[in-house]
Design a protein around this ligand. Structure first.
Ligand SMILES: *Cc1c(COP(=O)(O)O)cnc(C)c1O
Length: 432
């Protein structure tokens, strides 16, 4: 499958080069040249498919012949080796739990898929030159990337995180793995980390010597496999969900955008709700048809503190840049921290369900939509295990959250990191 750059449509790239580059040379996002709906019989008989068979059917066209069938199936079975349960809270309200993977955040699937694709391409090339994944994290992404790339041959990972500004659990997830994963503790903010990373990608005195790539949701190999969540959920609710609605807690809008790709593949979905915290560039866009990026504001659902969501341009493209087409299937609503905490409390008291702040934002968007559309079956995505946001969950619910075994395992690990304060220090570290 070929991909074109959304900045210059005649810039074409193979899947392989799109994965290795991350972003097109003209700084555009890659977009698949075509999306062919699956045969309706696929959805009619979906309960007969294993998770790996279903995933292979859905994603194969986006890779084409660039990864052989056997290899792609092996990758998918490693990536999808945990559960994605739909948990019903009320008769027609359910949550899709995406947090049962190794780092307990939904980014595990995308990070692991990208890692294995890169590993495959690196094994195929005869240059023996390693690829270095350079990534800045405010907490959640780094853990999934570190875990996803652990032990992948031909790939080195360098993670930058702001010193003292990630939670103790998150820091352990970033710094204790060893092997091909290295952590740099930056004296500064997340924005400083991100600025260093962006500068490094453009710095020829680095890129002449090492092959750098990024691991955020701009990368097609991290973005596309997220479509599988929606298809796997459909397999579980098919018989009761005549009118199916998904509410997706959104930051960079990669996850919901992948859900819309699943819709374009023929998945019977009635509506998508992008639920956000007070960083509401998209809810405002849907109201005014004017896109105004802003500096992000800190919230308790901080993995969604994004002021210029990178994947929205892909969503627009999926609807041929036509606002009316988009608005027929998609809406977006914003909620503040007080509303989020009230929703967490309500879910806990009325449904005995412990939601993390991101899932709670998803719940709020669904609740609001279903007030006017009571005849639908609504699923909100729970994107992180509550333990990942332990302090705010325990304080809001006045209860203790048990620490799952995945997290206990890393808590005992030895932290290893290198402290840096300036870009020059990053550069000499990379070139060393
Ligand atoms: C990254 C993240 C999100 C936002 O996902 P996007 O694809 O960026 O919209 C939501 N919740 C959690 C827990 C996340 O880590």
């Amino acid at each position: 499958m070929n991909y074109f750059s959304l900045n210059t449509p005649d810039h074409i790239s193979s899947f392989k080069d799109a994965v290795i580059r991350g972003i097109a040379p003209d700084k555009g996002l890659y977009f698949p040249e075509s999306i062919t709906p699956l045969d309706p019989s696929f959805y009619e008989t979906i309960e007969n498919y294993s998770t790996v068979d279903l995933a292979y059917e859905a994603i194969q066209q986006f890779i084409g012949d660039e990864i052989p069938e056997e290899e792609l199936r092996a990758i998918l079975s490693e990536v999808l080796d945990f559960e994605f349960p739909v948990v019903e809270l009320e008769k027609n309200v359910a949550t899709l739990e995406l947090f049962h993977g190794p780092t307990m955040a939904f980014k595990d699937v995308g990070a692991r898929f990208m890692a294995r694709c890169l590993g495959y391409f690196s094994k195929q090339s005869n240059t023996k030159e390693n690829v270095t994944v350079l990534v800045a994290t405010s907490g959640d992404t780094g853990g999934a990337v570190a875990n996803g790339f652990l032990g992948v041959e031909g790939v080195d990972v360098v993670i930058l995180y702001p010193k003292g500004k990630v939670s103790p659990i998150q820091e352990k997830q970033l710094t204790t793995l060893g092997q091909n994963i290295r952590a740099l503790e930056v004296e500064g903010s997340f924005d400083d980390c991100q600025a260093f990373v962006k500068k490094a990608f453009l710095d020829e005195s680095i890129t002449d010597h090492i092959k750098l790539t990024s691991a955020n949701s701009i990368n097609v190999a991290r973005w596309l496999p997220q479509m599988l969540y929606y298809i796997i959920a459909y397999r579980q609710v098919k018989d009761k969900a005549e009118k199916l609605v998904f509410s997706v807690p959104s930051g960079n809008f990669g996850n919901i955008c992948a859900g819309i790709v699943a819709y374009k593949l023929g998945l019977p979905v009635d509506h998508f709700i992008a639920s956000t915290n007070v960083n509401k560039v998209i809810p405002d866009y849907m109201d005014t048809q004017t896109y105004t990026p802003r500096a992000s504001k800190p919230t308790i659902s901080n993995a969604m503190d994004v002021g210029d969501p990178s994947n929205f341009i892909r969503i627009q493209k999926l609807f041929s840049n036509d606002y009316d087409q988009l608005a027929a299937l998609f809406s977006s609503e914003s909620f503040d921290d007080d509303q989020t905490k009230a929703a967490m409390l309500k879910l806990f008291i009325e449904n005995e369900y412990v939601a993390d702040p991101h899932g709670a934002v998803g719940y709020l968007g669904l609740e609001s939509y279903m007030e006017h559309h009571p005849d639908t079956y609504g699923i909100f995505l729970e994107t992180a295990h509550p333990v990942k946001f332990l302090e705010v969950v325990e304080e809001t619910l006045q209860t203790k959250v048990a620490i799952p075994q995945q997290i206990q395992k890393v808590m005992g690990g030895q932290k290893k990191s290198v402290e840096i304060a300036t870009y020059e220090e990053l550069k000499s570290y990379l070139l060393d």
